[in-house]
Design a protein around this ligand. Structure first.
Ligand SMILES: [Cu+2]
Length: 325
């Protein structure tokens, strides 16, 4: 049952030396409530000195238990199990072992792109005010970046070159239960995703428009909506402009040889007669380049869509959280 694998960090580190880039690896939501199940969302802001990231290894601290990683298209998953130091209660079951390290492998995340890696787990038996450190090894082919420095109690973590991502454990209120997901980034999430306005242009109906909030250091923004063509003739989305962005590109996401890539659709997107085409995260999307002010949750992003037949259509995209919720 015990299958902890150890790897020689020193050997990895000596594989290739490279300059430390500006942005650190951090969690999107840096606080987690005691005794709740959370989604720990690790932000990967860049590759290794310009090189694409191919593997991400996250060590889970004691007190982050029953962990499950979120699979990602284009990445293989490895869950390394081992013994917990303590025994944890999972709905009456005494649990002594579980995931102690998660590895997303054989991926290819360009240095130009940002991505997140999500682990669900329960914060248990940890005093409020404690910071849980999740040492991360980022690999880019044979280059390695270790985000594993942990401040000694009382010392300032800010001066460290490669700090491990931290989750600060905060006290839960008496109303929270196991399944509250209180550590999730629910800010402004509301009961449901706002549907967005519905705009009609000829036989086209455009609805459900939204954009994602951009994170610090994220250079591009994503936009999404649904187009329904109830007419007899095919149409095509040919271009998009926005006053808040220097250039709006139409992109597709595709997985080839197990690697997920974005591709610009220079000919736009066909909206066939009688069809509904959905732009959504992980699939077709708008990509806002040269964004003047990073999109914040609650902002509105005006866009003008140009269709071959239906002509120009103005639409406002509501900015949701960075997860698009
Ligand atoms: Cu894109």
């Amino acid at each position: 049952m015990k299958t902890i694998k150890t790897f020689a960090l020193a050997a990895l580190l000596s594989a290739t030396a490279f300059a430390v880039a500006e942005a650190h690896m951090t969690f999107l939501n840096k606080e987690a409530t005691q005794e709740t199940t959370i989604l720990a969302t690790l932000q990967l802001p860049h590759g290794c000195d310009g090189r694409a990231t191919t593997e991400v290894r996250v060590k889970l601290p004691e007190g982050f238990v029953f962990a499950k990683p979120q699979p990602k298209a284009g990445w293989e998953l490895e869950v390394i199990k081992g013994d917990y130091q303590k025994t944890y209660d999972n709905h009456g079951d005494k649990v002594k072992t579980g995931a102690v390290e998660i590895r997303w492998k054989n991926g290819n995340l360009s240095d130009d792109f940002y991505d997140t890696f999500v682990i669900q787990g329960k914060v248990s038996g940890i005093a409020a005010g404690t910071s849980l450190a999740f040492p991360v090894i980022q690999m880019c082919g044979d280059a390695v970046a270790a985000w594993d420095q942990v401040a000694k109690d009382g010392s300032d973590p800010h001066g460290m070159k490669n700090p491990a991502p931290l989750l600060k454990v905060v006290a839960g209120d008496s109303h929270s239960h196991d399944h509250d997901m209180a550590g999730m980034d629910m800010s402004g999430m509301g009961a449901a995703v706002p549907a967005g306005e519905t705009v009609k242009a000829g036989d086209l109906e455009i609805s459900g428009g939204f954009a994602k909030a951009m994170l610090p250091g994220q250079p591009v923004g994503g936009g999404f909506f649904t187009v329904r063509n109830s007419g007899q003739a095919d149409d095509r989305l040919v271009s998009v402009t926005s006053p808040v962005s220097g250039e709006v590109q139409i992109h597709a996401m595709e997985t080839k040889d197990n690697v997920m890539r974005m591709r610009q659709l220079k000919d736009g997107i066909a909206i066939a007669a009688g069809e509904t085409v959905k732009l959504e995260p992980g699939n077709l999307h708008l990509m806002f380049q040269k964004v003047k002010t990073p999109f914040k949750q609650g902002d509105a992003v005006p866009v003008t869509l140009t269709f071959e037949k239906a002509g120009k259509v103005d639409l406002v995209l509501q900015v949701l959280s960075a997860q698009g919720k």
